[in-house]
Design a protein around this ligand. Sequence first.
Ligand SMILES: C[S@@+](CC[C@H](N)C(=O)[O-])C[C@H]1O[C@@H](n2cnc3c(N)ncnc32)[C@H](O)[C@@H]1O
Length: 241
Amino acid sequence: MCWRQWCALMLLPRLRRDALVLDLCCGTGRLTGALSEANIRVIGLDGSRRMLQHARRNAPGVPLLQADARQFGMRDAFDAVLCTFDSLNHLLNQEDLNSCFRSVSACLRPGGLFFFDLNTDHGYRLRWKGVRKLNFHGRKVWTRYHYHPELRLARFDLRLERFSTGTQAKDELVLWQRCHDTAAVRAGLENAHLSLIDVFGLQDGVVVAGHNADSERLFFLCENASGRLQSPAYLCRADVN
Ligand SMILES: C[S@@+](CC[C@H](N)C(=O)[O-])C[C@H]1O[C@@H](n2cnc3c(N)ncnc32)[C@H](O)[C@@H]1O
């Protein structure tokens, strides 16, 4: 079982039948689509219009919003917010992460669940290194992963060569990630009234309860402990679907 299925399994039994779920940083919408197929009412949110174009195909009929995870507000009160596959490592400083936690807290109903994962220092040291070259549908793809442990910053470079009408063009992409400090993450959650229920670690491809120095990725399950629905400071407007 891939850890993405595991995370759905972890959350789904805790949700009531008509639960409303926000897939925060939904990307190409694979999890969004899977949740929708499982008859979960889900809304996808991502900052990238191109990602949302893929999500529209992978999650047909699901409402999709283009918004910034660092500060967003929803009209609906959600039973759960999911944020998977190191999306929150894309937020590059603690204040952005704290602001995201506050937005999540504001859109969760009291007792609502927040489930997210983060890459760890060990995970970056283990996996974020080296150059890979591959062929993708006849195109040459070059990738490089690099982690700077002192700065706790990771960089991913991708170069894609495409051939059209005899000319050769290159698409390039650079992505940065921050390895967030676990103690600061816990403090940010607490300040946003998100109380931690459990932490799980991914180790050698297996998700285990608790975590230790060998965890490549951490999963956090939290609950909105504010006891009342907060009014969001900001409301998302752009509805892509
Ligand atoms: C690694 S992908 C994960 C996508 C999806 N959650 C999954 O599990 O496949 C990270 C996603 O986070 C989105 N993202 C990064 N920073 C964001 C921000 N500040 N606001 C909204 N989306 C953001 C990116 O556009 C991208 O789609």
